[in-house]
Design a protein around this ligand. Structure first.
Ligand SMILES: Cc1cc2nc3c(=O)[nH]c(=O)nc-3n(C[C@H](O)[C@H](O)[C@H](O)COP(=O)(O)OP(=O)(O)OC[C@H]3O[C@@H](n4cnc5c(N)ncnc54)[C@H](O)[C@@H]3O)c2cc1C
Length: 430
């Protein structure tokens, strides 16, 4: 029996394991194994809500072992250390709790390997960035950011200056969504008297964007509307502003062709771009400029037919539409495609993946969202905002839940989330 090993249980990998487990694992057609260094799955597009204290990741996570038991695949909690492609095996380092000491690494053979490792923050070599900023690569990062934000607000309440400066580098979706949520968190914390700052005056949130406008993937008119909305919430937007270096409490920038200046930063969050994880460079496979594994039309590495890559760690370039962006939408479509392709009877040629862009939605806090839907065969753009955009934004997560749990369970989870939201504080209070 063939062994399909998927490394990385994120937006793409967990959906793929679930689908393959249902179609092949349960029927004894293949051994399907998912490896992840975390014991639980959390949908990455919601990380900004963890970083703003709005969402408790413990409530929204999915236990890989439970998902595996229900869907006919095996889960191994371990970190991928290396791949021996000649031997078709992986070296895995099991992850134990702190008090259990080190575990010896183990070897795992595969017939087909799918790498779904996601991406990591790209600091573009900016001096001091890697050492002095927070990132949003994982739940751990998001929780650490919120702890620091909460602590900074509490500390500033006791200080003379009474000022918290949050600098967000990158005016793409991640930076914008986080900035919008933080405004509400600062207010909610004041309401619960967790700090004694005046949120509008003492908590300053700035978004620094190197390009000429925020949200460059959206039409210019929507970028302008998003910018106006954020400004109306008190967020400072600095476009045409390139970060030159970062220190623990200062961000050095150059604005347009102008002089360099220094901005005080109690906390700096880097959301300026992503690249493939470092392990990609050890695989002996061809990588893109952004360190992603280059794949062909069937999502196979262009160097090794036994290795596939999906999601943010893969570089899929369509000759007509160009490169697929690092988005959950792409990871989802690639998981659906690969689940069907690998389940086809052996010997048949693999089909070709085609990415369809359905548009993009950006949350602007708890009560607003903005974006564009791409409809019809000609890909006509339909701008959306307000309640409609908010509902559609919420549906993206429902779709992910449905892919993993089916309709009934996803609806039950949504209902319980809705009730919890009404029964618990709107922001984490410690
Ligand atoms: C704040 C934020 C907001 C976003 N909003 C949107 C949005 O609105 N719409 C959208 O389409 N996209 C959005 N994205 C992008 C989206 O989250 C990613 O494109 C998507 O999660 C990629 O899926 P993936 O399966 O490739 O990787 P991921 O979901 O990142 O999963 C990677 C998995 O691999 C595991 N892993 C990594 N390395 C190893 C290793 N060595 N060993 C074992 N396991 C490993 C990780 O633990 C993780 O579980 C957002 C991202 C962020 C950070």
């Amino acid at each position: 029996m063939q062994t399909i090993v998927i490394v990385g249980g994120g937006a793409g990998g967990l959906e793929l394991a679930t689908r393959l487990g249902d179609t092949m694992g349960r029927k004894g057609r293949a051994r399907v194994i998912l490896v992840d260094r975390s014991p639980t799955h959390f949908w990455k597009p919601l990380l900004h809500t963890v970083a703003s204290g709005k969402r408790d990741p413990q409530v929204f996570q999915i236990e890989y072992s439970a998902q595996a038991a229900q869907h006919g695949f095996t889960f191994i909690h371990a970190e991928l250390r290396s791949v021996d492609r000649a031997d078709k095996s992986l070296e895995l380092a099991p992850i134990l709790s702190d008090d259990m000491g080190e575990a010896p690494s183990r070897k795992l053979g595969y017939s087909t390997l799918v790498l779904a490792l996601g991406a990591v923050t790209n600091f573009y070599g900016v001096p001091g960035a890697a050492d002095n900023v927070c990132t949003l690569d994982s739940v751990r990062d998001a929780k650490a950011f919120y702890r620091r934000f909460f602590g900074a607000c509490v500390r500033a309440s006791e200080e003379e200056g009474r000022q918290v400066n949050v600098v967000i580098v990158g005016g793409g979706a991640t930076g914008v969504e986080l900035a919008a949520e933080l405004v509400y968190s600062a207010r909610a914390l004041a309401k619960y008297k967790a700090h004694s700052l005046d949120p509008a005056r003492d908590v300053r949130i700035s978004v620094l964007e190197r390009g000429e406008r925020l949200l460059p993937h959206l039409p210019a008119e929507l970028s302008a509307r998003a910018e106006a909305y954020l400004r109306s919430r008190g967020i400072e937007i600095c476009t045409g502003t390139a970060v030159k270096s970062v220190e623990a409490d200062t961000v050095h920038v150059a604005e347009g062709a102008g002089e360099a200046s220094a901005r005080p930063a109690t906390l700096t969050l880097w959301a300026a771009g992503v690249e493939g994880p470092a392990i990609c460079t050890t695989l002996g496979l061809q990588l893109s400029r952004m360190r992603q594994i280059m794949v062909n039309a069937s999502l196979q590495s262009i160097d090794d037919a036994s290795v596939f890559a999906i999601g943010d760690c893969a570089s899929f370039v369509c000759p007509v539409k160009g490169a697929a962006p690092p988005r959950a939408q792409v990871a989802h479509q690639q998981a659906v495609f690969l689940a069907a392709a690998l389940a086809r009877r052996e010997g048949k040629p693999l089909p070709e993946f085609s990415y369809r862009d359905y548009g993009s939605l950006v949350s602007l806090g708890p009560v607003a969202a903005i974006g564009v839907l791409l409809g019809g065969s000609i890909g006509r753009q339909l701008p959306v905002s307000g309640t409609m955009a908010q509902v559609l934004y919420g549906l993206m997560y429902q779709k992910h839940l449905m892919a993993l749990h089916g309709f009934v369970r996803a609806a039950a989870v949504t209902l319980s989330d809705w009730l919890r939201k009404r029964l618990t504080p709107s922001v984490k209070l410690h």
